[in-house]
Design a protein around this ligand. Structure first.
Ligand code: NAD
Ligand code: UDP
Length: 344
């Protein structure tokens, strides 16, 4: 193996983002280990990689220790959709915290550089004066709410990353990912882009939670994988992890849309006859979200290139190309059930 061909572990590698990352790493010639327990994904996402000599799939749960010899670790394992992370909230917290401890322990032992997939959810429901969100914002998270298992789990994981960096000089990188979409999202993922596209393609009504005036900023997956890899590969000049730009750094597309605008765009692009139907807004659902990406621009020379309409067209083409009935639902949650649970 040459210096540029590394042994790379991707936890959550069969998931939406993880599978795109694995694909890019395999084609760059790296020796890739994809570790996943297939909770919110299926082998379908990595089927095209399984016969590559530099790709290996390990079915494993990150909450359990594992010994592997690697040079780089992308820690992506965690259910990311609210309906899935709320399905077994105690497990979600374990995945974030114990998964981070297990992977940081591996990084400490092997000397591997390790990147954490953190989230805009560390900001919770941002107050108006913190819009768009900057990395310096400490957030507005309800620690006992239904989203806390994910938000506080990811916050605790960031704490662990920074303590391993300060205490053990582990070479960390942390990205805070804002809503990202694209091909290979699970069709029954429960997140808004997948729900709307699948509903539109099936001719069902699109489920708007609340009045649809809440906002999100949507990043296409290719842009996101570019910056995740750029952050991982950004060496410190001295080689000392303490001198590196470690983050946390916001990554996402700053284009901001209301959820109603997204629904209307999906109906237009699919040519569907679907209508909109409203359901109660889930508890603690952030009312607005938009990344300030000036730090990523300055430190990593990155900004997203793919506009929403172009990304949606590619995502719709993907969902048209797969057999939607061949996917197992990761949990028994449906859009409707989720909203009902949240009213409690
Ligand atoms: P995803 O659900 O498609 O992928 C997550 C993967 O992790 C799945 O393959 C799942 O089976 C696996 N996984 C879950 N629990 C596991 C466990 N205990 N052990 C091993 N594997 C496990 O979601 P995604 O959108 O690809 O998200 C990937 C990462 O990025 C997550 O950590 C998520 O929190 C983070 N993130 C994603 C977004 C986004 O918009 N896509 C936004 C913010 C953060
Ligand atoms: N949403 C919606 N209909 C759906 C799914 C989600 O209106 O069928 C809304 C949800 O209430 C939230 C936004 O879309 O305001 C984004 O939800 P998602 O679950 O994709 O992720 P979040 O950004 O909330 O983690």
């Amino acid at each position: 193996m040459t210096d540029s061909h590394k042994r790379v572990l991707v936890t959550g590698g069969a998931g939406f983002l993880g599978s795109h990352l694995c694909e890019r790493l395999v084609s760059a010639g790296h020796d890739v280990i994809c570790l996943d327990n297939l909770f919110t994904s299926q082998k379908h996402n990595i089927a095209h990689l399984l016969d590559q000599p530099n790709f290996e799939f390990v079915r494993h749960d990150v909450t359990e220790p594992i010994t592997l010899e690697v040079d780089l670790i992308y820690n992506m394992a965690c259910p990311a959709s609210p309906v899935h992370y709320q399905y077994n909230p105690i497990k979600t917290m374990k995945v974030s915290v114990m998964g981070a401890i297990n992977m940081l322990g591996m990084a400490k032992r092997t000397g591997a550089r390790i990147l954490q997939a953190s989230t805009s959810e560390v900001y919770g429901d941002p107050t108006a004066e913190h819009h768009p969100q900057k990395e310096s914002y400490r957030g507005n998270v309800n620690p006992i709410g239904i989203r806390a298992c994910y938000d506080e789990g990811k916050r605790a994981a960031e704490t662990l990353f920074f303590d391993y960096w300060r205490e053990h000089n582990v070479d960390i990188r942390v990205v805070r990912i804002f809503n990202t979409y694209g091909p290979r999202m699970h069709p029954y993922d429960g997140r808004v882009v997948t729900n709307f596209i699948v509903q539109a393609l099936k001719g069902e009504d699109l489920t708007l939670y609340g009045d649809g005036s809440q906002t999100r900023s949507f990043c296409y997956v290719d842009d996101l994988v570019d910056v995740i890899m750029a952050h991982m590969n950004n060496d410190s000049k001295s080689g000392d992890p303490q001198d590196a730009f470690v983050g946390p750094v916001n990554i996402g597309n700053p284009g901001e849309f209301t959820i109603k605008q997204l629904a209307e765009k999906v109906i237009e692009l699919t040519g569907s006859g679907s209508k909109l139907t409203t359901l109660p807004l889930p508890k603690d659902d952030p009312l607005q979200r938009k990344p300030d990406i000036s730090l990523a621009k300055k430190e990593l020379g990155w900004e997203p290139k793919v506009p929403l309409e172009e990304g949606l067209k590619k995502t719709i083409a993907y969902f048209k190309s797969v057999d939607l009935d061949s996917f197992r639902r990761p949990t028994d949650h449906t859009a409707h059930k989720n909203s009902e649970r949240s009213r409690i």
